[in-house]
Design a binder for this molecule. Structure first.
Ligand SMILES: [Zn+2]
Ligand SMILES: [Zn+2]
Length: 269
């Protein structure tokens, strides 16, 4: 198991299980030394679902901070969120940026209205996805990009648009010195999926990491834990690693994301 994980959820999002304390205890048992909580951020707009409610934000913060104190001799705990970049939610995003140790960008949905796109099937929406990542980085809203290939989970073919998107994301990563995540969460946990051009994990995606390796983008491994017991198994981590086997990825182990966030926040204000 890795020793630092910045990508940890809580039951507040509605699609994770266990108490906050069970996550901490399992992380300690699994050998994690630095644990960042990054539950899905709440927004004022009603969409997307599967996020904590805005009314739960203060309780989330208080819970993580009390566990940080309670377990301080065994593990370093930090308070973050997994945000999406929605320009209409700027006020909430600014508040999270100001008050949390760090933010990671997990851009699942492209829009907040009822037409919100999670299933990206065409190159135009893939392009739009990349531009949202660029916008978030331009505004110094996040400290790493979680599952940069999540947009491909329903994308049918590994075509030239996929490589173009990877190149664009590599440009963004190198321009802003923004780490990209090798995600070991649900993209691998549920096993390989069948696509029109073959079987693969929904993400991570080898075509993306071929580009990230060639261009030596900084990579951080994120467990994207939605269940405490996943701290106790290497299965999903090994699956994600199998996707990048043989590639010369620049993986940053035990990266001090909180110090990096402190510097980045100066650009945000
Ligand atoms: Zn989630
Ligand atoms: Zn996540």
């Amino acid at each position: 198991m890795i020793k630092t994980n910045w990508h940890t959820h809580t039951a507040r999002c509605g699609h994770a299980v266990g108490t906050d304390e069970e996550y901490v205890q399992a992380a300690i048992q699994g050998g994690i030394r630095t644990l960042g909580f990054s539950d899905h951020a709440a927004y004022l707009a009603p969409f997307p679902s599967e996020r904590m409610d805005y009314e739960q934000v203060e309780e989330y913060k208080a819970s993580v901070l009390s566990l940080k104190e309670k377990y301080k001799d065994q593990i370093d705990i930090y308070l973050g969120m997994e945000v999406e970049y929605y320009p209409t939610e700027w006020e909430q995003l600014s508040e999270y940026r100001r008050t949390l140790d760090y933010c990671i960008l997990g851009q699942h949905n492209l829009e907040l209205d009822g037409r919100s796109t999670y299933a990206i099937m065409g190159k135009d929406t893939l392009y739009e996805y990349c531009e949202l990542l660029a916008g978030a980085c331009e505004h110094a809203l996040c400290d790493y990009i979680a599952h940069p290939d999540v947009a491909l989970w329903s994308y049918p073919y590994m075509d030239s648009s996929v490589t173009q998107a990877a190149e664009r994301i590599a440009d963004i990563s190198l321009h802003y010195n923004m780490p990209l995540e090798l995600n070991t969460g649900s993209g691998v946990h549920s096993g390989k999926r069948r696509y029109p051009d073959g079987e693969r994990y929904a993400y991570p995606t080898r075509q993306f990491f071929e580009v990230f390796a060639r261009r030596q983008c900084p990579i951080i491994i994120g467990l994207d834990v939605h269940d405490p017991k996943l701290f106790l198994s290497d299965t999903d981590l090994n699956r994600a690693r199998s996707v990048i086997e043989g590639l010369d990825c620049r993986i940053l182990y035990d990266f001090d994301l909180v110090s990096a966030a402190k510097e980045r926040k100066k650009l945000f204000y």
